[in-house]
Design a protein around this ligand. Structure first.
Ligand code: SF4
Ligand code: SF4
Length: 210
């Protein structure tokens, strides 16, 4: 009887904590949306101003704006500012034709390199509240101190949230990723693989899947 009451209390406390977490994440999401809107407006104005300064002729203005805008975005990223959110509206659960790869026969070679790549979560992931994101770099997928995704089970290299994994994990195809495989069929890893573990690279998926 006492055990039942204790477990009821524990369940209630856990429910409250989870609902608090969801509210907190919702509040942060709102703040980040506002911050992103303001930042992109500021970027636009700054790009225009810098473009004007660098203007050589009227015809070059748009090109200049694009170039300077790109530079500013890079600076913003380097400074760890700004919020990354996947723009895709695709429901991850409806993604068809995701590639089936025999990871179990390859993981000793590739060392699950794909689960070291960085990418932004989607609004769907955030609302779902299952995939963890990096509090210091919203909303990039959370990684541990070993550089691997926090949802990767060490040792087995198994995705612990497989049913809920984000869209880039579903759409990503490592077969032609030359950073990972020099020859996928022959199971020869790329000479760049070790380098990949030292840098913060991104998971590229086809643009229509983003
Ligand atoms: S890099 Fe390719 S083979 Fe290796 S774990 Fe990732 S998807 Fe599987
Ligand atoms: S969510 Fe799963 S599949 Fe995606 S990077 Fe993390 S461990 Fe890998």
């Amino acid at each position: 009887m006492a055990d039942d009451t204790d477990s009821d209390r524990a369940r209630t406390a856990r429910d409250k904590w989870e609902s608090l977490q969801q509210e907190f994440a919702g509040g942060l999401l709102y703040c980040h949306h506002r911050a992103n809107t303001n930042t992109s407006k500021t970027l636009e104005v700054a790009a225009f101003a810098y473009g004007l300064i660098e203007l050589l002729s009227e015809a070059e203005l748009n090109e200049r704006k694009r170039e300077v805008g790109k530079r500013l975005v890079e600076q913003l990223k380097d400074n760890g500012m700004g919020v990354m959110l996947q723009q895709s509206q695709t429901d991850k659960y409806t993604l068809e034709n995701s590639v089936q790869i025999d990871c179990e026969n390859r993981v000793h070679l590739c060392k699950a390199a794909c689960c070291q790549l960085r990418f932004a979560l989607s609004q769907q992931d955030l609302e779902e509240g299952i995939v963890k994101w990096d509090l210091a770099h919203p909303y990039l997928i959370a990684r541990g101190s070993d550089g691997y995704c926090r949802h990767l089970e060490q040792g087995s290299c198994w995705c612990t949230i497989y049913q809920h994994r984000p869209l880039p994990c579903r759409a990503y195809d490592c077969r032609n990723d030359k950073r990972i495989w020099a020859d996928f069929e022959q199971k020869i890893v790329s000479s760049e693989l070790e380098r990949l573990f030292q840098i913060s690279d991104t998971m590229e998926v086809d643009s229509h899947d983003r």
